[in-house]
Design a protein around this ligand. Sequence first.
Ligand code: MLT
Length: 404
Amino acid sequence: MLKVNQNYLKLPGSYLFSTIGRKVRKYSAAHPEADIIRLGIGDVTQPLAPAIVQALQGAVDEMGHAETFRGYAPDLGYEFLRETIARKDYAARGCEIAADEIFVSDGAKSDCSNIQEIFDADCRIAVCDPVYPVYVDSNVMAGRTGTYDPEAQTWSDVIYMPCTAENGFAPQLPQQQPDLIYLCFPNNPTGAAITKEALQEWVDYANRVGAVILYDAAYEAYISEEGIPHSIYECEGARTCAIEFRSFSKNAGFTGVRLGFTVIPKDLKADGVALHPLWARRHGTKYNGAPYIIQRAGEAVYSEAGRSQLREQVAYYMKNARTIRDGLRDAGYTVSGGVNAPYIWLKAPNGMTSWEFFDYLLDRAHIVGTPGSGFGPSGETYFRLTAFGTYENTVRAIERIKAL
Ligand code: MLT
């Protein structure tokens, strides 16, 4: 008899942000007068920078003429973009990454959920707790996580590395040995960053035990302090133990445009097998390449005009982050993040759970945030606000919270 993939039935009812969306739609329908401010999902609000719009328009024109029209893009990305990334992103930081070690895609979410396909079904994953739900959910779909304990909100085969106020929201090396270690810095959801020395310890550990680090650096453009690595390849030895995911969503406002890339160094092996050709095979079979028009827009992110316009955009969001952080502190909240990341992580007041605070804030202040418990058990009683709103809405939201 035909059966569905039973692993899908083990997943929580819906993806965290879909659950929030549903709750907010229900609230809005019941309270049509409510002027809701959305600081939940980390979606950008500023328009595309002029340099990017210009590149998009130029590429659309090219597609409209027979001489410059392009069909299928190369599976792994156009040379012009891969070469620009290698030179202006990695070489400029002193990282040894070649253009043909970069795989262009439609975004980091797809890559960091698909990457587990090239590893054995029995491999053991370690994740930070709280964690971006995609890492765990994609492994649940692949049947790698064991059984779910609804009380503890944990999967039996997953190694959770608690990130709490006590350890500065930085994971400790795990007691049990994982095969794959998901790290995201600057961190979603806590907004915490990692120093180069601390990341070097992870790289040394992974090389020592033969694990692979899956490093999500989607928020690197928000780093404002010295000593915080923008790429894991700034660490010595990372070429033999790390895959890096990067996104254009947050540094260039491409959440609706879709573009990202993954770096797999050719020296990286698992069990003696090089991973680069496996991912190239997977990409070639299952993906037809990011659109030419979008890859030209990605190239413009690295142009002089693009860089300076995007620096301003990041500064705009970081002004929001400061407004939220300072405003919440003034109102007596315990707050972290928002210095090297566009997320502010706060403790729910008066012993409320994360979802109680979500309901309270929605009902009393008409503000949508993200409950910390949605990211894992150690997120319980915490709450995440994003700095990606407009400045005006951010200021209004903080005024409303202060008035509560
Ligand atoms: C978030 O809110 O955590 C992010 O927007 C999710 C994502 O980047 O997919």
